[in-house]
Design a protein around this ligand. Sequence first.
Ligand SMILES: Nc1ncnc2c1ncn2[C@@H]1O[C@H](COP(=O)(O)OP(=O)(O)OP(=O)(O)O)[C@@H](O)[C@H]1O
Length: 241
Amino acid sequence: MSKATTRGNGVADGTEALTLRGIRRAFKQADAPPLTVLDGADLEVRAGEIVALVGPSGSGKSTLLQIAGLLERPDAGEVLLAGEPASGLGDGGRTLMRRKYLGFVYQYHHLLPEFSAEENIVVPQMVAGVRKGAARVRARTLLERMGLARRGHHRPGQLSGGEQQRVAIARALANGPRVLLADEPTGNLDPHTADGVFAELLRLVREEGLAALIATHNPDLAARMDRVVTLREGKVAAVAR
Ligand SMILES: Nc1ncnc2c1ncn2[C@@H]1O[C@H](COP(=O)(O)OP(=O)(O)OP(=O)(O)O)[C@@H](O)[C@H]1O
């Protein structure tokens, strides 16, 4: 029998990670019919798979990521994380599910300015119930893996844009998520820095064996992922390469 590939997080590649079924979302507009952004979007991303989400500005990429990340509720449809349905859960249940399964990286780092890089990675672990000592060890390991071993005591304001984003990536992975969601994770960086940070993001995601859904406008970055999907008329469509 062939042995399933498992990586850092111990989850076999191909295991169900993120499933979106029939997602619909419309926004009310003044003096106009509602704007339907998602109109039956289906997507499956499995452990070990990195998927690029592309599409023109306004096509609904951020909306889809917010819904996949349980930060917004769809009007209809279902989100499952590791096979567990989120529909039917209250806000508290959704928060716990988010903590258990998800990591987020945004275009802007959103690090806490008064805390050091290391503390920024420790805090979400402590919120999730990890003891401080263990959280520090994990933070230092992640910083080292991002090439920032010597910068842990620096505050975000003392770091470059690329370094800040590396810390944000380490923070997203701190609690060992199954799924990484990223919205233009290197969109704020100059092209050379973006290239390096993106390579490290991909390396870490692969080493950890996560499923990742990454929205980008950059075709070169999309081409470096395993699969590319686009939003077309509110539905997810495969992009041939
Ligand atoms: N809370 C909201 N209320 C009203 N309209 C919204 C809301 N959120 C998003 N929209 C609209 O939904 C559409 C999709 O927005 P979304 O941000 O998901 O697109 P996107 O593909 O991520 O765009 P971009 O690439 O420019 O970031 C846009 O027309 C936007 O104006």
